[in-house]
Design a protein around this ligand. Structure first.
Ligand code: SIN
Length: 281
């Protein structure tokens, strides 16, 4: 398939675009993979519709963008350690990802991105939202930008593990229970420079950023909460309505996402594959 066969339909003025044309079950040419990558860099999150992928095809496509990551805190699909099931069943009360977050920022090298494939979706609800953290940074007042540049923040998975039993009881996708596993912690710049585009993005998120370096959590929270409120403005975001066979591929280095838990009593089944990323700079 030549690159000219992709039709790009931007979703909002902030980020997100649907890419029409490619069949991701097929072996795609290096040119087409490069074009998909360029769209990811331009739009922050890209979407495909009407895909019919086996786990192997989902893995093959994902591997075109880098080595894959096995999630350290959630289980995997039987026989596929690199595929994380994201399931909310009829009786579940919790879903995964119902806070604005960037994935796994408690790791020293958080993922480049994830490729989420919809296998079953509720008739209504279960949308996912993304927000553009480069835009969020750009629209901060200049003095605040200046004081955030050069600052680091501590990220931790304590938020997840603190609620393991409660969350596991009401959710089909289980957190791995291992009381001996040490807390995962990492120090990252509060303003991150994208390793491919060179653009700056705000890099803090509600569930995983614990505090600014050298400050207590209590001292950090007022400014962190102000940054969270700012970065989740509708003007910086997009919202995606899933169908069976839809795929979202997001750049985890410069976006956050939020999975809407508004479909109680209905089932939603997705498979997620995550691609390794560089140490944030
Ligand atoms: C996540 O990766 O946070 C889940 C996203 C979703 O289920 O829409």
């Amino acid at each position: 398939m030549s690159s000219s066969t992709i039709e790009v339909r931007p979703l909002t003025g902030a980020l997100g675009a649907e890419l029409l044309g490619p069949d991701l079950a097929k072996d795609l040419s290096p040119e087409l993979i490069q074009e998909i990558r360029n769209n990811l860099l331009q739009y922050g999150v890209i979407f495909f519709r009407d895909q019919d992928l086996t786990p192997e095809q989902h893995l093959n496509f994902s591997k075109m963008f880098g080595p894959l990551v096995i999630n350290p805190v959630y289980g995997s699909v039987d026989g596929y350690p690199e595929i994380m099931p994201v399931i909310k069943d009829v009786k579940d009360t919790y879903n995964i990802g119902d806070t604005w977050h960037s994935d796994m920022t408690y790791m020293p090298e958080p993922p480049l991105g994830s490729i989420l494939y919809a296998k079953e979706v509720p008739k209504v609800g279960g949308d996912t939202l993304w927000t553009n953290m480069q835009m969020a940074y750009e629209f901060l007042p200049e003095p605040l930008k200046n004081s955030l540049n050069g600052l680091n923040a501590i990220h931790s998975d304590a938020f997840l593990t603190a609620r393991t039993e409660e969350r596991n009881a009401g959710r089909s996708t289980k957190l791995v229970v291992d009381p001996n596993r040490p807390e995962l912690r990492a120090l990252h710049p509060v303003v991150r420079t994208h390793d491919e585009t060179g653009k700056k993005a705000l890099y803090v998120n509600y569930p995983f950023t614990y505090s600014f370096e050298g400050m207590s959590r209590e001292e950090s929270l007022p400014l962190l909460n102000q940054l969270y409120a700012h970065s989740s403005k509708p003007e910086f975001s997009c919202r995606f309505r899933w169908q069976k066979g839809s795929i979202a591929f997001w750049d985890n280095r410069c976006t956050m996402h939020y999975a809407c838990n508004d479909y109680q009593g209905h089932r939603r089944v997705m498979n997620r594959i995550t691609i390794a990323g560089p140490k944030p700079q």
